[in-house]
Structures are given as structure tokens and as C-alpha cells.
Write a protein that binds this ligand. Structure first.
Ligand code: FAD
Ligand code: SF4
Length: 510
């Protein structure tokens, strides 16, 4: 039966069972669409990265003999919207059945269900064969529980998939080596230069510009650094094992003005586009560790496995459990606008200046920059989570809603009231200074609490606690901070609040 099989831009799984055999009755449909470039304003590297990876994927399938229908963004007959695209193709190619892989975004899931209802031929949805878990596995694991503790989910996953396990016990004698993942990086050990693919994407960039897609951020079109084929993803994974893994865990939380990647893998784009499977990543890393136990400590490997087997699958499960309501949550009732410097990087606060400029230049920031610098500031300044989400969803090359929103609205902005994070990730300058060297090169003083040259994070921190304390009164993990707040004398607190208010009103002019 002549069947149309849709492959979305983040479903670039060459190992999918759909592709095991060439069948002349199977037509594969892929399209670069305005509905995808325009639902939020994206970083230019993100648009280029996805389109380039889609084109490479399509030509690999073509080389294998599969029948591909591919629409480029500038093609005259590109319908630019999914419903029109599918209906037009069904009619032009006299299709008898429509098949698709389950999308990872709620928005697309709804749209595809609607399309299936409106076409006159049978349709069928297939798994993407990418994740360890099904959409509902986390929901079932936490059935009847109020709190969705990541650690409990992670241990279940380790046991179920037998990863880093020895005779039903965790390898190394502990489930979690988080405590040893907190070193500051002070220039040593040496960080290997990142593996960059330096591709020329200028033609594609021109096509995107000609199509008048509105983007932001910077790009060097002659040196595009991201992997856009499976082979390149695999190269990046091997580089991670041989050059970065041995220090990954130790410096996972470190911050540094000159080192944007430290020992991080940069594998999120490869995985989120599904060029690379999480199972291949984990198996490769664990095998490498087992073969190099004399030089790599378990804590480095466990820290990495936890991010992918734990956090990544956990966030996806939370997304499917909580959507669509999750996208509207604002439990802390934050409504301030996003400051302009998020789009320019121009602020005197050195940590934010560096982390945001780096994000605009590279479409990348590592986890602690996202959480404890940028996200920390957004939460302390009580910015509306809708605006924070739109920024995060646009700026990073790996940003897809299922993993972006749960990290941003949930983990970082506490807008879900504590479903993902057991306490808000907020800190004064103390933490930022402890984990890196931003403060050394800043015009503000991280030790000064109030007044002209005091670090804004300090007054914002106490102002936030005072403003939101009612939300945290039953949170055990906040009790120490709230009791310190209670001990502040009224004059000092008022001074901190006044300074915080000025910063919120005009962060770049105080
Ligand atoms: P590494 O540090 O090398 O980690 C290895 C892998 O672990 C990552 O590639 C990623 O797949 C996974 N991982 C690590 N932390 C998380 C996490 N918290 N949730 C899910 N997976 C994780 N990650 C995204 O993939 N897309 C996003 O849009 C995204 N938005 C974020 C927004 C905020 C506010 C925060 C705090 C975190 C966000 N993350 C997001 C999680 C994390 O920051 C990135 O996955 C990571 O920085 C990607 O860089 P890397 O590949 O070098 O990661
Ligand atoms: Fe950031 Fe404050 Fe440190 Fe400056 S002093 S880098 S604003 S934490």
C-alpha cells in the first residue's frame, strides 16, 4: 500500500526500524517549515543546525535507495505548514496510508492528531525508538505520589537497564557521587580544545535569510562548529570519552570566564535531534570507563550517566505527565519583563555579561551557567516565566520544548511550585564566586551586601526571599534561609529591598 511516512526535524534516527529495508511503496516526507522557524524566535545557529542535519539525513536515506520528498525553506511549492504539507502530498502522490513517529512536543502531537482526524485515509503513529522510556513510564513510576523525586526514578532506571550495576548493587558502592562533582576550575587540569566541525554553511544561511526567517544571535558561516551527521556525533562522543570524561564529574558545576565548554560533552544537540541515541552514548561511555578504570574514577562516569539516564528521561516523563497545563504554570506569581540585556549581553554584571554573550555567540551555555547565573538572575528578579521560557527555547541549539520547559519553568524558575526541584535554585553572589572567577573581573563587589558597588545578586536574593516567603513556609529545605531572613533588622532589609527594586526597574543604570 502506498504509504506516506513523515519524519520531523528532530527525528533524525538513522537506526529507526522504518529504515531497515527499502520499499518502493514507502515515501518519506521531510520539510523545513515556517511553522517551525516562527513559533518562537530562534538563534540562527539552531535553525542552521537543524536544517543542515535534516538535509544530511535526507541525502543519506536517498543514497540508501529510500524515496524522499524534501522541501527546503525557500522552495516555492513548500506549504510551510504541517496540515497543508501532508494533505498536498497525499493528494499529489495518491497516498493510501499516513504514518508518523510520535512527536516529542505537545504542540505537534496535537496538530498531528488533528491532521489524522481530518484526512480520509488510515493513519498510524510509531515510536521514535530513541528514548529509554515511553511517554508514560515516569507517570506510572510515580503513581499515587505527590513528589516526583528524580533520584528514585534514576535508581529504578539504573536497575531496570542494568547500567553501572554489579550484582544488583551500584558500581562503586554508591548511587550518586554528586557531592564530588563540585570543584572550581582554577586553570588545571588543562582543558582540551573543543572538537569543532568547522563547516561552511554559507549557502544554507543565505537561503534562510532570503526566506526572511527572523532569528537572533551570531554565526560564523565558514566555521559552523556543531555535528550535523551521525558520524560527526559519534566523533564527538569518542572525543568526549578519550579527552573529557576523566574530569567531567569533578568540574561539572564549575564556571570560568575564558572556558565556555570546560569538560562538558556538547552532545545535547546530537541527541535531541536524535542523530545519536542516549543508549549509544551511555553504552559507549560506560564501556570506555570499564576499559580505562585505572585512569577514570567512577564519580566522573556516574555524574554523566545520571544526566542522561536520569535527568534527560525524567524531564521528558514530567513533560508528558504535566502537559499542557505545565506551560502556563506561574506558581510564584512572577510578572516582571525580561531585561533587554538578555538579547545583547550588555550588562555590567560580569557573570551575566559573559554567560549571555557566550549564549548569543555559540547557542550554548553549560548547565550551571543556565541554572545558577542566568536562571538565578531571572528568578531573583521575578521575571515572568513565559518570557524566560521564550528566551531559553530560542537561544540554545539543543532547545526543544520537552526538555527546555521542564528545565526552565520547572527546575530553574520554580514556576511549578516544586514539582521538579525541591527548593528554588537561587543564590547570592557567594555561590557564583565559589564556583568560578567571574567576580574577580566584575565592577561589583561580591562581598558587599548593599550600596552602589554591591553585587546585585545579594540584594535581589534577600528581596526575593522576603517577597516570596509565604510560598516557602512549609518547605523544610528553605527553613534555614527563612530563619536568617527573619533575623535581619528592618532597616537593613528595607535598604536591600530598595536597591533590589532599582535593579529590577533598570538593571543597567544604577
Ligand atoms: P553535558 O554537561 O555534557 O551533559 C551530558 C548530557 O546530559 C547533555 O547533553 C544532556 O542531554 C543531558 N543533560 C544534562 N543535564 C540535563 C538536564 N537538566 N535535563 C535534561 N538533560 C540533561 N537541555 C537540553 O537538552 N535542552 C534544553 O533546552 C535545555 N534547557 C535548559 C534550560 C535551563 C534553564 C537549564 C538549567 C538547563 C537546560 N538544559 C537543557 C539542561 C542542560 O543544561 C543541557 O542539557 C546541557 O547544558 C547541554 O550541554 P552538554 O551536552 O555539553 O551537556
Ligand atoms: Fe556576578 Fe555579582 Fe560576581 Fe559581578 S560580583 S560577577 S554581578 S555575582
Amino acid at each position: 500500500m502506498k504509504t506516506l511516512r513523515l519524519i520531523l526535524g528532530d527525528q533524525l534516527n538513522l537506526s529507526h526500524s522504518w529504515l531497515d529495508q527499502v520499499n518502493d511503496d514507502h515515501l518519506y516526507l521531510m520539510a523545513e517549515m515556517r511553522q517551525e522557524t516562527d513559533y518562537v524566535k530562534h538563534h540562527i545557529q539552531k535553525v542552521v543546525g537543524f536544517f543542515q542535519a535534516m538535509r544530511n539525513f535526507a541525502s543519506e536515506l536517498e543514497d540508501e535507495g529510500h524515496y524522499i520528498i524534501y522541501f527546503k525553506i525557500g522552495d516555492k511549492n513548500n506549504p510551510q505548514k504541517l496540515p497543508e504539507l501532508i494533505k498536498q502530498t497525499i493528494s499529489e502522490h495518491k497516498i493510501k496510508k499516513f504514518e508518523y513517529q510520535l512527536p516529542d512536543e505537545y504542540r505537534l502531537d496535537q496538530q498531528l492528531q488533528e491532521i489524522c482526524r481530518s484526512i480520509a485515509i488510515p493513519s498510524e503513529a510509531f515510536d521514535t525508538e530513541h528514548f529509554y522510556t515511553s511517554r508514560d513510564e515516569l507517570k506510572n513510576h510515580f503513581k499515587g505520589k505527590k513528589q516526583l523525586l528524580m533520584e528514585s526514578f534514576y535508581r529504578m532506571m539504573r536497575k531496570k537497564h542494568h547500567i553501572l550495576m554489579a550484582n544488583d548493587q551500584p558500581e562503586g558502592g554508591k548511587w550518586n557521587f554528586d557531592q564530588s562533582n563540585r570543584k572550581k576550575w582554577d586553570g588545571s587540569p588543562k582543558i582540551p580544545k573543543e572538537l569543532s566541525f568547522n563547516k561552511d554553511v554559507s549557502d544554507l544561511l543565505e537561503e534562510i535569510k532570503n526566506a526572511k526567517v527572523v532569528t537572533f544571535g551570531n554565526i560564523d558561516a565558514n566555521n559552523f562548529p556543531w555535528p550535523t551527521t551521525y558520524e560527526e556525533c559519534k566523533e564527538l562522543l569518542d572525543f568526549f570519552c578519550s579527552d573529557l570524561l576523566k574530569h567531567f564529574g569533578d568540574y561539572q558545576d564549575a564556571l570560568h570566564t575564558r572556558e565556555k565548554y570546560l569538560f562538558h560533552s556538547r552532545l545535547s544537540f546530537g541527541m535531541n535531534s536524535k542523530m545519536l541515541s542516549p543508549k549509544e552514548v551511555i553504552d559507549t561511555v560506560v564501556d570506555y570507563y570499564h576499559a580505562h578504570k585505572d585512569e577514570i574514577d567512577i564519580s566522573q562516569v556516574e555524574g554523566f550517566v545520571r544526566q542522561i539516564l536520569g535527568w534527560r528521561e525524567y524531564m521528558r516523563g514530567v513533560y508528558w505527565k504535566e502537559m499542557p497545563g505545565y506551560a502556563k504554570l506561574n506558581k510564584l506569581d512572577n510578572h516582571n519583563p525580561l531585561p533587554d540585556f538578555f538579547w545583547t549581553g550588555k550588562t555590567k554584571m560580569n557573570c551575566l555579561h559573559k554567560a549571555i554573550t557566550q549564549s548569543l555567540d555559540n547557542a550554548y551555555a553549560h548547565h550551571i551557567q543556565r541554572l545558577m547565573v542566568i536562571g538565578n538572575y531571572a528568578l531573583l528578579s521575578q521575571i515572568d516565566p513565559d518570557e524566560v521560557d521564550a528566551w531559553y527555547l530560542g537561544v540554545y541549539i539543543d532547545a526543544l520544548e520537552w526538555v527546555e520547559i521542564t528545565n526552565t519553568r520547572g527546575m530553574s524558575q520554580f514556576a511549578d511550585g516544586g514539582l521538579v526541584a525541591t527548593k528554588p535554585y537561587v543564590s547570592s553572589a557567594n555561590y557564583i564566586n565559589k564556583m568560578g572567577n567571574y567576580c574577580k573581573e566584575c565592577v561589583y563587589s561580591h562581598t558587599v551586601k548593599s550600596g552602589e558597588n554591591s553585587c546585585p545578586f545579594n540584594s535581589l536574593y534577600w528581596n526575593f526571599l522576603e517577597a516570596k516567603k509565604a510560598h516557602f513556609k512549609n518547605n523544610q529545605r528553605m527553613s534555614m534561609m527563612l530563619s536568617l531572613l527573619e533575623k535581619k533588622n528592618k532597616g537593613e532589609l528595607t535598604e536591600l529591598q530598595e536597591r533590589a527594586e532599582k535593579i529590577i526597574q533598570n538593571p543597567d543604570d544604577f
